[in-house]
Write a protein that binds this ligand. Structure first.
Ligand code: SF4
Length: 534
């Protein structure tokens, strides 16, 4: 009975609206509720000309795509990164078989457009940012002449499209996401951001960001992730270096970027005080107390900090020698906390310099530094990174095939056959690294330690939320990522779904449809001043 109703609805839909735009975020696991909104879906919806009507947005981290909603002549946009490329290709094949135009985008498609065409049956691939080029893609598909490649390039911040948050299923996500800057000036060896998004930060104007946040609060979101590559794109050292070199143009450029950051944070102080923000930042921000204090005033209460390794050798392995180690590292991480910014520390295991003792030492640092949350990931060479290029070269002559694919195309290996570790380690077996990594997750997220850490929030409701978030984080990332078998991964997904339900309720707030955008901010010599509203 239910099926009949669905079919008749979709047929009617197709008759009324011959061409539909579908935007799909692939995932092989669906949790029913997601933590952060996949922003690209809503930005591309914003870039879709009104003449096409509202696009159909599918986030498979919530629920799988329904093939029967895709009709011949429809246009299907699929955004992929390396982790979900295989699922994306399955969807592309299915959509093409149903007669739709299939267009891929995202970091992975940018790096491997031929793969998206061969395995995902793409008619076209957008390389780079989709914001501006998307309208031409749609126009070409409507003419029946999609191009194989569209060069989206790196769009200037002034051309970023506002997201269509009005299409968001409010109850499905815990946190909204807003981007304030794309690109990162660093060059970490395991990261592709600086090579794909560029090293020149493209920073949105504070007014545009504030307006978007206000829109989200009107809808009832009070938790917002500032989903930036690096929220702290200019360090004090960068400015000192430019001053030493007497480079006036550079000094001005850096000072302007920094002033805009402060203007944004000052603007955020005018938002409802129940709003809480999280972001991603480099550890150097700990040397900049003025910046940290501005973060606190702006209610940016949490930041993901890439600690990566706790030894000098480990940092050298990942080209991140600007990070500290030992007692210095602990002190630096504690600085964030002192300024009211709670840290989610990110660590990598499986680096060539790691030894069995590294796991214990890392767990101890995470504990001692009073991190609120931590993630422990196993080194995986991702395309677009320096690590990957080196690793791929080293395996040129390796005849190993798993599921018909070489290790250097690990994302194409069927999920159940995929190894958990790809880089041979000089002293430890892959399974030892996996087990030790799992051990560190288990220890850090034991109930006793979570409850102790939850003292960083005051109310009982806050402490309960903290505990549930910790458990959810562990279920979503530790078990599904490191688990050796699909049954364990499926069990984890089920648990995550149960934990996510009450959390969604705890994170929501009554909508504020009347909320106004605060008055704009003036900037004088890099010091933000709140404009008087009188
Ligand atoms: S890991 Fe972070 S700091 Fe390093 S390049 Fe990537 S975004 Fe920048």
């Amino acid at each position: 009975m239910g099926h009949l109703v669905v079919r008749s609805t979709t047929t009617l839909e197709a008759q009324l609206n011959p061409v539909k735009i579908h935007l799909i975020n692939p995932s092989h696991i669906s949790f029913g509720t997601a933590v952060i909104t996949p922003r690209w879906l809503y930005v591309l919806a914003g870039a879709t000309p009104a003449s096409f009507g509202d696009p159909i947005l599918v986030d498979e981290t919530l629920a799988q795509v329904e093939p029967e909603r895709i009709h011949a002549g429809d246009i299907v946009g699929i955004g992929i990164h390396t982790g979900n490329a295989l699922r994306g290709y399955e969807i592309g094949k299915m959509a093409r078989e149903r007669g739709a135009y299939v267009v891929f985008g995202g970091i992975h498609a940018t790096l491997y457009p031929e793969e998206a065409m061969e395995l995902g049956k793409a008619h076209g691939v957008v390389k780079g940012d989709g914001d501006v080029v998307w309208a031409s893609v749609l126009a070409d598909c409507m003419k029946g002449e999609p191009k194989a490649i569209y060069l989206g390039g790196r769009v200037d911040a002034s051309q970023f499209f506002p997201a269509r948050w009005d299409l968001l299923p409010r109850k499905s996500y815990m946190w909204a996401s807003v981007q304030t800057v794309r690109g990162c000036p660093k060059h970490c060896s395991f990261c592709s951001v600086w090579r794909t998004d560029g090293q020149k930060p493209r920073q949105r104007s504070s007014d545009a960001v504030i307006e978007e946040i206000v829109h989200l609060r009107r809808l009832g979101f009070r938790f917002v992730a500032l989903a930036d590559d690096n929220f702290y794109p200019v360090t004090l050292t960068d400015i000192k270096l430019a001053e030493r070199q007497g480079d006036k143009r550079r000094i001005q450029e850096l000072t302007d970027l920094r002033a805009e950051r402060f203007a944004l944070m000052e603007g955020m102080t005018q938002l409802p005080r129940d709003m809480i923000f999280f972001t991603q930042i480099t550890m150097e921000a700990a040397e900049d107390p003025t910046f940290l204090d501005a973060m606190r005033r702006a209610n940016i209460k949490g930041a993901l900090v890439g600690v990566e390794a706790v030894t000098p050798e480990g940092l050298k392995d990942v080209f991140k020698e600007f990070n500290r180690t030992g007692a210095d590292l602990v002190a630096q991480l504690k600085t964030f906390r002192r300024h009211g910014v709670h840290v989610l520390g990110s660590f990598i295991f499986g680096l060539p310099s790691d030894r069995p003792a590294t796991f214990e030492a890392t767990a101890a640092v995470a504990q001692e530094a009073e991190l609120a949350f931590a993630q422990f990931v196993m080194l995986t060479p991702f395309p677009g990174t320096v690590d990957f290029a080196k690793w791929e070269k080293g395996l040129e002559l390796d005849p190993t095939r798993i599921g018909g694919f070489p290790l250097t195309r690990h994302w194409l290996i069927p999920q159940e056959l995929r190894p958990k570790l790809y880089c041979a380690h000089p002293v430890m077996a892959a399974d030892e690294i996996r087990q030790r990594t799992q051990g560190v997750w288990d220890r850090f997220y034991s109930l006793g330690l979570i409850w102790k850490r939850s003292r960083c929030v005051k109310s009982l409701r806050g402490r309960l939320t903290f505990t549930l978030v910790s458990k959810l984080y562990r279920q979503m990332y530790a078990n599904t990522g490191i688990a050796t078998d699909s049954a364990r991964a499926a069990r984890s997904a089920r648990w995550a779904r149960w934990i996510a339900m009450p959390l969604q309720y705890l994170f929501s707030a009554p909508p504020m449809p009347e909320l106004q955008v605060p008055v704009s901010i003036e900037i004088e010599s890099g010091i933000p001043i709140v404009a008087s509203s009188s």
